[in-house]
Design a protein around this ligand. Structure first.
Ligand SMILES: [Zn+2]
Length: 245
């Protein structure tokens, strides 16, 4: 028997009265389980199996399979604000899809769990959605092993001292100096404060990252860099992206 703080990522109706639940745990990564009779009786799972819910789940492994039995759940936070408007719902769904893409079933990363939880809390607050999406993407990619290298030019190896513009090269996951590369639609350029800010965002906890002040210009540059970086690193466009357009 295990007990884990979990975020419910999605559910499917299963059989007559059961619910199939995909959940992201703080200590065991992403798992899938069956909540027997959850659609008939709410006693063991009172309001805690909706998508985005932060729930303390009690579960055990079914013999020899990757499917778990959910015994009971206790709601910690329901994040009702995430379902209050379409854009919040879309952004929360996008965050879940990005998490699931970066972390396959059973791969545990407590920092990713905390990031998702903190992002849901922030999404219920006053932070701008554009900023929050940038914070989340940059940090999730870094945790998933796709941090952008801002230290030196990825072509000539020259240290980047934060003077002058740089060019983001998605194929290298890093920046190039202007001697080695030219800016274009596919190779977006960034100002020194954008490079410094993005580096800071990907390496500090979300609470501290939120203290990085972003100008409109920085936000636009970061969006372009992250769009290229996500597409190249993941090798596909996430399905939920189109709801955010
Ligand atoms: Zn160079």
């Amino acid at each position: 028997m295990h007990i884990s703080e979990s975020i419910i990522t999605r559910t499917w109706e299963f059989g007559e009265t059961d619910l199939l639940v995909s959940f992201f745990t703080v200590d065991r990564g992403r798992l899938k389980g069956v909540a027997k009779g959850a659609r008939k009786s709410t006693r063991r799972f009172a309001n805690c199996l909706d998508s985005f819910c932060l729930t303390r789940l009690e579960y055990e492994r079914k013999s020899g399979r990757d499917l778990y039995f959910l015994n009971s759940g206790k709601l910690i936070h329901g994040f009702p604000e995430l379902r209050a408007d379409f854009h919040a719902l879309s952004l929360a769904s996008y965050m879940i899809e990005l998490t699931e893409t970066l972390f396959p079933p059973g791969v545990s990363e407590p920092r990713m769990f905390d990031l998702l939880k903190d992002a849901f809390i922030a999404l219920s607050g006053r932070i701008g959605r554009d900023e929050l999406r940038i914070f989340f993407e940059a940090k999730a990619l870094a945790l998933g092993g796709y941090g952008i290298n801002f230290e030196r030019c990825c072509e000539c190896g020259r240290l980047y001292a934060g003077e002058g513009r740089a060019v983001f090269k998605h194929s290298k996951g890093g920046i190039a100096c202007l001697r080695c590369e030219k800016e274009s639609a596919r190779l977006p350029g960034l100002n020194p404060d954008t490079a410094k800010g993005l580096d800071q965002i990907q390496t500090t906890p979300l609470d501290d990252a939120q203290k990085v002040t972003l100008t409109d210009g920085m936000i636009e540059e970061m969006k372009r860099v992250l769009r290229q970086h996500l597409r190249y690193s993941l090798g596909k466009e996430l399905k939920t992206t189109r709801y955010l357009a």
